[in-house]
Design a protein around this ligand. Sequence first.
Ligand code: PMP
Length: 369
Amino acid sequence: MAAPIRPNVLGLTPYSPGKPIDEVKRELGIDSVIKLASNENPLGPSPKAIAAVENAAWSMNIYPDGSGYALKQALSKRFQLPTGQIVLGNGSDELIHLLGLVFLGSEQDEVVVGDPSFVRYDAAAQLAPSKLIKVPLDSDYKHDLVAMRKRVNDNTKLVFIANPNNPTGTVVLKKELDHFFSDLPKNTVVVLDEAYFEFAEGLADFPNSLDYVREGRNVVGLRTFSKTYGLAGIRIGYAFTTPAIADGLDRAREPFNVNSLAQVAAIAALDDREHIQETLANNRKGMSRVNRALRAHGAHACESYANFVFADLGRPAGPVFQALLKKGVIIRSGEIFGTPNCVRITIGTEDEIDRFIQAFDEVINEGRF
Ligand code: PMP
């Protein structure tokens, strides 16, 4: 029997997560596997968040606070933005999905994204449905804001700019973004996806979505607790935006979209400066080591301001990915991003990076791919 599934749903490509560690162990019969493929925090969650979750677990018979009152208060205080301009999501993934529901719904509605950029934008656009316009990154793998601006017209409902970008880790600077915003159609909403914001924060002239939101622009800034804060498994992200857009997202969301454990974990993690500082320091050190290892073998590594490195190996990456997998090292191969010569490697702990560098050296030197 054929089920009447909407054609735009059938057109979606299911999300392909990084290969799970247990699956690789089973398939290859090896005991020790490391995963540098999903941009998670290698140091684990904030210990303060663990304690908060342990405590809150005793109340999980009770529905969560659907308004996320305490977490919104904490975010409001931290970022000096009224709670009415903050929206919580079951990960920022959910907020991307909600943006599609709220703003899109016909082939006349256009969505502009970079290519390659985060794949969930495409899914939100296709599901709506809408017309998806993909604008190639420039030769430095950065968002080409000039080319993207040319594709914006009165039908453009959403523009997604991941800053830093996933999978490349590259950034756009404030002056480029200011230029992009000048004379933008009034009805176009720009989504600044800052999932990796904290890793790039110290960079001179790095833009902050909050500034554009405070100016009253049609902007949605997306942030997450999944990366720097180490809470990817519990699912919690948030948006800064105008009161009107916050209201729209709020109407469309499920009543209890953010679970109670995620809410307390996020409040605790937000204040754990020590965990954040360790995370950033580990990332800085690891990033330069991975970059050096890649360059030593002639790979071109992008200038990344996130917790991963994207590199062009100058040869098909699939066999290198497979050879690394056999050595128990999971990375991302670029085929899924439309860049088959590239790899994306998440910065792990010092030990994990030792293991990656050794495996990568062996794979390239042995030429076994
Ligand atoms: N945006 C970007 C650019 C990402 O890389 C990710 C995580 N892969 C997300 C959003 C989603 O993050 P989460 O749903 O875990 O908050």
